[in-house]
Design a binder for this molecule. Sequence first.
Ligand code: 8X3
Length: 256
Amino acid sequence: MLSLKNKIVFITGASAGIGAACATEFAKVGANLILSARRKEKVDELADKLRAEYGIKTLAFKLDVKDKAEIKAVIDAIPVEWKSIDILLNNAGLGRGLNKVYEDDPENWEEMIETNVKGLLHVTRNIVPGMVLRGTGHVINLGSIAGHMAYPGGGVYCATKHAVKAISDSMRMELVDKNVRVSSVDPGMVETEFSVVRFGGDEERAKNVYKGVDPLTAEDIADAVMFVATRKPHVNINEMIIMPSVQANAFVTHRR
Ligand code: 8X3
């Protein structure tokens, strides 16, 4: 197992859910963390907690990955002793609505494409050249079962996650001789704020998504991310599809 002690890990969407759970697991093994999210108070709070509990170093930034100027400004402003980022966890992402393409509000499409695809691309474009120069690095993208199967009502969300898969696959080929690994972790149902956000704050509808199911938790995904991140240097997990035991794929779920 690869030691991550004193490695530098950059996480987007670190304020809650899978991002925050991953930050916690990386902190436990002694990695130093650059945490970013739209909600600055939340990442500040998490950074303070992880520093106090695990004696690691942290940097916290407000970052909306939809804003490419902000991405560049934040990454340019990283102090020199933090510049050698070892692991980039492209976690920021969201679903908006579960509507038919021909009926949907195009604003939902804009937000998902801007965040899940363009945001991931701009963050990657600003960080990976440093990894290439240093001859070491690992990019871990948060994909989804939606990147492997499209489902009704998910036209654009599934398209963004198919895009994440394509970007991961292309980059893995582009970086094969650069000692920079590219992995993706692709979950099915995970109970986080995801469904509340997808349904515009409708808690009842969000709860129903997981009704009668033991869904995955953010911690389950952090566990998978840590497995991917701690393989020996000659091993790469290209992609990992991780599902609740009662969910076979995007269509078949056994509910109690
Ligand atoms: C979220 C999982 O099944 O709602 O990426 O698309 S799903």
